[in-house]
Design a protein around this ligand. Structure first.
Ligand code: ASP
Ligand code: MG
Length: 456
């Protein structure tokens, strides 16, 4: 029987009722499957912060481990009916936290966090989730077992902090470890290098772990459970009555994720698109015995009447503008810039060029460092370097967007009517997305105007 892989994120793991809901969903599936879990809500951030403090102050080690233990004891107290299961799970949790403590002691004594140690430590949020959930499910009569990525092994390219899974290398081991007809609970967010070192898959990477496992297993589907109603025509916090999107192509889902629709991690789509495994987005809050998805991501294109299916935004973009009378004609400028940024570990999100300027779109967190790196290159063709912050990118996404006349006209007329200045426009780079840049303060009005133009 082909497996289903289901992912539950930190927002599904906040309160007592969340765990009860999760157990109900798993029981409703009533089949062998693989569950991938994130850390409980906020725990990864807490680990990151504590790690810094532990370097200086030994007492912070106990502070952190006691915090985790108290929190887990509470979860165990609230969710186990059976005394023996509760005690057994608590013992395992204590042992796992002791393991974490040994790494923290190491960090304190060397006064530094080598990247390979950082990745191990930050994976403990997920490791505690999987251990506890496997215990809770087993105590409620589900044939459940925890399975760790290192036991498979889920092999990656070995890049610490932001690794990529190597499917060909991982596939056999993953299949073997997850072969039995039971419910496996796997901690998301990490895999292991060829040498067996823990490597994180990037922030928010549990979706990607789940996609990679689904790919290795040739799963029937990847079911991502959220506390919202799947992909929507716009963020429900910004527009009233957004429409739920029933189906999206992989490309549409990838673009929406890339441009900020926080439903899926942007890396989730790629592993599944190549092999046609569908992604189902479920809403755990409206779950009632039925595991029917709210949005399905799959191969078949549907072109809706409005063409645009969703308008989304991201505030995590900044522009580094390299001005110069003929940067567009001078050869090698872009090559030097991209090599230097790559060496500095900075990801380029997009590049938009003209004869007199090269605009490099970067994540907001990278802008200062990138400015320094480019300045240091002292490129003769560049006469001015400007960092543009406080901007938002807005993307309109939908199959058919480039093939239908008038879409761009409607988009930008809607903005013009609201007197919103568009700083930059990119169309044609993706067949399903047009995106543009506005000042952050205009972002909400822009989304409302476009949504009204296409959906009212
Ligand atoms: N816990 C990890 C993070 O916060 C991974 C995830 O939530 O997907 O980044
Ligand atoms: Mg998450």
């Amino acid at each position: 029987m082909r497996k289903v892989v289901a992912k539950f994120g930190g927002s599904n793991l906040k309160k007592k009722e969340d765990i009860q809901k999760l157990v109900n969903v798993i029981k409703a599936y009533n089949r062998p499957m693989v569950i991938v879990v994130s850390a409980f809500y906020g725990i990864t951030n807490h680990l990151i912060k504590s790690l810094e403090e532990v370097k200086q102050d030994e007492s912070k080690i106990k502070g952190l481990t006691n915090f985790l233990l108290t929190m887990k004891e509470e979860v165990i107290r609230e969710n186990f009916d059976d005394e023996k299961w509760a005690r057994d799970t608590l013992n395992k949790v204590e042992r796992r936290i002791e393991e974490l403590e040994r790494y923290l002691i190491g960090v304190h004594y060397i006064g530094a966090v080598p990247e390979f140690v950082e990745d191990v430590i930050l994976s403990f949020g997920e490791r505690l989730s999987s251990l506890i959930l496997a215990g809770i499910l087993a105590s409620k009569g589900v044939d459940a077992e925890e399975a760790l990525p290192e036991e498979m092994p889920l092999i990656t390219d070995g890049e610490f902090g932001n690794a990529t899974v190597i499917y060909e290398a991982a596939e056999q081991g993953v299949k073997r470890r997850l072969d039995a007809e039971k419910v496996f609970v796997v901690p998301g967010f990490y895999g292991v290098s060829e040498e067996g070192k823990v490597t994180l898959l990037g922030r928010g990477g549990s979706d990607y772990s789940a996609a990679a496992l689904a790919r290795c297993l040739g799963a029937e589907s990847l079911d991502v459970w959220k506390d919202v109603d799947g992909f929507m025509s716009a963020d429900p916090k910004l527009v009233s009555c957004p429409k739920r999107i029933e189906t999206l192509t992989y490309t549409e889902a990838a673009e929406l994720s890339y441009f900020g629709a926080g439903i899926l991690h942007p890396r989730t789509v790629e592993p599944l698109k190549e092999v046609g495994i569908p992604i189902h987005i479920g809403n755990i809050d409206t779950f009632n015995e039925s595991i029917t998805p709210r949005t399905v991501v799959q191969t078949y294109k549907t072109i809706t009447d409005s063409i645009v299916k969703s308008v989304t935004y991201s505030d995590d973009f900044c522009i580094l503008k390299l001005r110069g009378a003929d940067v567009g004609m001078k050869k090698g400028v872009l090559a030097k810039v991209s090599v230097a940024l790559d060496r500095a570990g900075i990801n380029i999100k997009s590049v938009i060029t003209s004869q007199i300027a090269i605009n490099i779109l970067l994540s907001a967190k990278d802008i200062k460092k990138a400015f320094g790196v480019i300045e240091a290159l002292q490129l003769s063709a560049v006469t001015e370097l400007v960092a543009i912050e406080q901007i938002s990118t807005i993307a309109a996404v939908g199959e058919g967007l480039l093939d239908h006349p008038g879409i761009a006209g409607r988009l930008f007329s809607a903005l013009a009517c609201e007197d919103i200045n568009v700083k930059m426009i990119v169309s044609g780079a993706s067949s399903v997305a047009t995106y543009f840049v506005v000042a952050s303060q205009d972002r909400e009005r822009a989304i409302k105007a476009i949504h009204a133009a296409f959906f009212n």
